[in-house]
Design a protein around this ligand. Structure first.
Ligand code: NAD
Ligand code: SER
Length: 325
């Protein structure tokens, strides 16, 4: 990796991946792009080069990749699961159509491509605990459909054209810098902001809904480590199961209550997102990632909760005081 272009860079993952890539490769070597013009003080725009780019516009993708002389594309542009159920045609067009354009440009420009897949690439027929690396993939959401098809498309471009495509099946990602983009695992981010700001949270998933999760620090490191891994060791490519922790809303609330004793949670279940969550794995088996490129998470539940609260308390110093203050 020498020069990187990131699509969907103003989103939850892009905000932190761009910062990490700029530290690794140098600010001038990383071009952040997104459909929406990031605010002038957004770090992807304020701390380096940023351009508006719609990933479904292949000619524009080709022009900007070529001008930047990118050798790797981190393709993050997508609509997430809950938004995808509201706007399925747009999810299909962006998630699959955009990926197709990016892969075609990568073939022409000889770039490597990182594309995140998701726990959403699995469905109700998949063994939920543990979910093997290779297993049944019959998702029931449009987002999941695009993720399975995207994995296959990336494998096709590797086997047919030799494009260096690599991907991760991310679990829900928890972070403090940028808000989540409209997924089913968003509760695990919202709960922190609500806890620090209001001392209470109304959760849209049932208390015992267990899903895989990962802290952003690990998610960003996983993407970069995968793209720097020795290709001769990779038997899988699109995409590796990776996980760090398994959470339920109740367990996360309990962990928060240990640090914010007045924190309260209640539940107002959204049937659409609950159905999606019920169709996803409870715990992925990530042994292929561990064996083939040395994946190992560093943040478990306690480390993640402490780090999230440290950052959010800096951002909301007054609100984080207990009600008695
Ligand atoms: P996000 O919704 O926060 O960000 C996506 C970005 O893509 C947004 O900034 C949006 O403006 C941009 N975008 C939308 N349409 C576009 C288009 N046509 N052209 C260019 N940009 C466009 O999403 P995220 O959480 O940062 O996710 C990034 C990737 O990681 C996605 O592929 C997502 O499916 C995957 N992923 C995320 C999670 C998670 O928990 N965040 C988990 C699994 C997989
Ligand atoms: N966090 C994502 C979502 O809930 C999973 O891919 O949509």
């Amino acid at each position: 990796m020498k020069r990187a272009l990131v699509t969907g860079a103003a989103g939850q993952i892009g905000t932190e991946l761009v910062a990490a890539l700029r530290r690794l490769l140098g600010p001038e070597a990383v071009l952040a792009t997104d459909l929406r013009l990031a605010d002038p003080d957004h770090p992807v725009r304020a701390e380096g080069d940023f351009q508006v780019l719609d990933c479904t516009q292949g000619t524009e993708v080709a022009r900007i990749v070529s001008e930047h002389e990118a050798d790797v594309i981190f393709h993050l542009a997508a609509l997430l699961s809950a938004v995808g159920e509201k706007r399925p045609l747009e999810a299909y067009r962006v998630n699959l159509g955009g990926l197709m354009e990016v892969l075609e440009v990568a073939r022409q420009e000889e770039c490597a491509v990182f594309t995140p897949s998701s726990i959403a690439a699995f469905g109700p027929d998949t063994p939920p605990d543990p979910t093997p690396q290779t297993t049944i993939q019959r998702p029931t959401s449009m987002y999941g459909v695009t993720k399975v098809a995207g994995e296959l498309l990336c494998d096709y471009y590797h086997s047919k054209f030799g494009v260096d495509t690599r991907g991760l099946r991310y679990p829900g990602i928890i972070s403090h810098s940028a808000p989540p983009g409209g997924g089913t695992t968003d509760y695990a981010v919202e709960i922190f902001h609500a806890a620090v700001r209001d001392g209470k949270y109304t959760c849209f998933l049932e208390p015992d809904t267990q899903l895989d999760m990962m802290y952003m620090t690990d998610a960003v490191r996983a993407a970069m480590e995968l793209m720097e891994a020795d290709p001769d060791r990779l038997r899988h490519r699109n995409a590796f199961n990776v996980t760090a922790m398994q959470l339920t809303p109740a367990a996360l609330a309990e962990s928060l209550r240990k640090r914010i004793p007045h924190f309260e949670i209640d539940y107002d279940v959204d049937p659409v997102r609950q159905a999606i969550a019920d169709s996803w794995p409870r715990r992925m088996d990530d042994s292929a990632a561990r064996e083939e490129w040395g994946w190992s998470p560093t943040f478990g539940l306690d480390e993640m909760v402490d780090d999230m609260l440290d950052h959010l308390r800096l951002a909301h110093p007054i609100e984080s005081a207990s009600p008695s203050n």
